[in-house]
Design a protein around this ligand. Structure first.
Ligand code: PAF
Length: 287
């Protein structure tokens, strides 16, 4: 496995692979990798001849008061992890390599980015779409892999690829959880031992909502209310949002009568964590 830092180096490797008729899978990440990322790399390994992992803490997707400076980084550990999973190449550019002086072209999406995380993080999805488009142009993968924990991000990227006719298959991989249920996240590292315990309220409320829907509850407000009460029972938790949206449009819906996403964002102390569940309900099941 090789680590490269420039666009030219990636292009050179990709050109050789393409000449040999090899397929390429891309796993875009911001590093500080955990088993969630591991599942994406493993899936990419299964489906492609070559696997590229990008490790880039993208400044453009962080708001001015967010955690860009403190975002955890550990390239040595990340590269050992990627190598152990059979990745072929890590692309680890500096911000100047991705955003040269005078950079002024952006990929901006409406509608899907206006709810959920897009409301509390107004610049976030413009940064994500721009950097992911750039990575797609640089690596030209056949397939790209994203975690379902960032469910809105996955929906936005699928939509972008469709809107902009990018010939790349987007593959979502299931949320990977700690043994006690907490969804794996690089940001879990910010949590103190007391906060780590408190953070369990996210997966507990997700399980509660999921059970209610499984047991036939179709009133979105009732599910949201029960999940909200559960989260509010934890003194260290502060809700950013608890919402049920149409899984394709990301617009809020009153009735659970289609493919839905129930998504939550909760501050535990100063750490913002997200979690979600999907449900697919046939319209005839809603009486
Ligand atoms: O999910 C992430 O880690 C990032 O948002 C991504 C897709 C790598 C873009 O910077």
């Amino acid at each position: 496995m090789e680590i490269v830092t420039t666009v030219a180096q990636v292009r050179e490797r990709v050109k050789t692979w393409r000449k040999e008729g090899q397929t390429i899978g891309l796993v875009p990440t911001m590093g500080y990798l955990h088993e969630g990322h591991g599942s994406l790399i493993t899936k990419a390994r299964e489906n492609n001849d070559k696997v590229v992992v990008s490790i880039f803490v993208n400044p453009m997707q962080f708001g001015p008061t967010e955690d860009l400076a403190s975002y955890p980084r550990d390239l040595e550990k990340d590269s050992a992890f990627c190598e152990s999973l059979g990745a072929d190449l890590i692309f680890h550019p500096e911000p100047e390599e991705m955003y040269h002086k005078g950079f002024s072209s952006y990929v901006d999406m409406s509608i899907l980015t206006e709810e959920l995380c897009g409301l509390s993080r107004p610049v976030h999805f413009r940064g994500v779409c721009t950097v992911v488009s750039k990575l797609f142009h640089i690596v030209t993968p056949d397939r790209a892999y994203f975690g379902e924990k960032d469910a809105q991000q996955l929906a936005v990227i699928k939509h972008m690829v469709d809107d902009l006719n990018m010939d790349i298959e987007i593959i979502g991989c299931p949320i990977v959880r700690e043994a006690d249920g907490l969804a794996k996240s690089s940001r879990n590292t910010y949590l103190s031992p007391e906060e780590r315990k408190a953070a369990l309220v996210l997966s507990q409320s997700i399980r509660l909502g999921e059970e209610m829907v499984k047991n036939g509850e179709r009133d979105a407000a009732k599910v949201i209310d029960a999940m909200t009460k559960k989260i509010e029972s934890e003194p260290l938790a502060k809700i950013d949002y608890v919402k049920i949206v149409d899984a394709l449009t990301m617009q809020q819906i009153p009735k659970i009568d289609r493919s839905i996403l129930c998504a939550i964002a909760v501050y535990i102390g100063s750490t913002r964590l997200i979690d979600n569940f999907h449900a697919s309900i046939e319209p005839c099941e809603t009486n």
